[in-house]
Design a protein around this ligand. Sequence first.
Ligand code: BGC
Length: 395
Amino acid sequence: MNSKENDRIASASAAKRLDYARFDTSYRASVDAILRNQSTSGAIVASPDFTQYHFCWLRDGSFSAYALDRAGEYEASERYHAWVNDAIGGISGIIDDVIEKMRHGEQLDPSIMPPARFALDGTSVIDDWPNFQIDGYGTWLWSLGQHLVESDQTSLPKAFLSSVACAARYLATFALAPCYDVWEENGSAVHTSTLACVYGGLTTAARLLDDPGLLDSAAVIKTRISKAVRNGVYVKSSENSDVDASELWLLAPFQAVDLGDQTFLETVATIEDRLTVDGGVRRYATDVYFGSGAWPVLTASLGWHAVAIGDLEKAKRCLSWVTAHFNDAGLLGEQYGGERRDAPHYEEWVEKWGHPAKDLTWSYAMYVVLMLAVDQAENERAAFHGVTDVAKGQR
Ligand code: BGC
């Protein structure tokens, strides 16, 4: 960015930030928490209080950057995207190598695949983590596209061309390959929510790169999703006919299904029916991670979906549920209620990794996204009623 562009973004941010006073204090606390959890490198740490999460995941980070943009924190979001740009630049050789191997029909060891998470300095971490998760690359492309729109940048800055093209090539090649899911599990299946993230990424990249070929790849994914139906619902994966709460993202934000898609509405109803605990939303029925409590990320995602279909009452219930889970220090964690729902598994995980994260960045992010989505929908509704009242008065 040149200095003129920097100045423009700084004043646009300032203008949007003035809105803070209109919201609950937990909104400000959440934006501040995301900013506090951003390192000087631009990376956004998944959680500072949970050792296993001292990394930046493309998934968590990209949703968090979107929340920053919605809150008018364009510079912070820009620093995150610049960090991803460099991180992807650093592994472009690995990406092109696996694409080549895939094209030649070679067997690919999941451990050599591009990482799902990076160290905060942008380097890859060599350990036994299930790296092969393609959703984060899709979510990043989508989030970058949103950043440009929110911060009024009309085209993709040149500096991003190569990393965006590289991530898009990677996704177009591996879109339908089995990989680990958004919960970093089940590496031998194709996951419906991963397909949606990839769809969102490819449609964005097609626009940013003006490359209609990527839209063809996206259309193939959409068709694949439309066939991932059993018993009237979109299934969790090619190996699991149940639902998964991450499928909530199929419509908001990735638009991999159409508004009014009855199968999708049935899927959401099934998620609510099977995965709600104490008013919040769990990941999937057989989950055991920390006893499988309800996640702010998913409860806010249900609210985001509700806004998308015009159900503001439900959206506000989801928002209140999340608000009620901030602790006295103003922190929002990963999940709640697992210790009561399934004490043996909760204890098992506590013994292994300590208590669940109490300060989880993408929990704040989804809360901010939901709060602003509700606010926007209410303003639009009020404006619409204002217009119709004026019209009635003129009759
Ligand atoms: C979740 C991932 C998340 C990571 C970091 C894992 O427990 O399953 O979805 O990206 O934590 O927050």
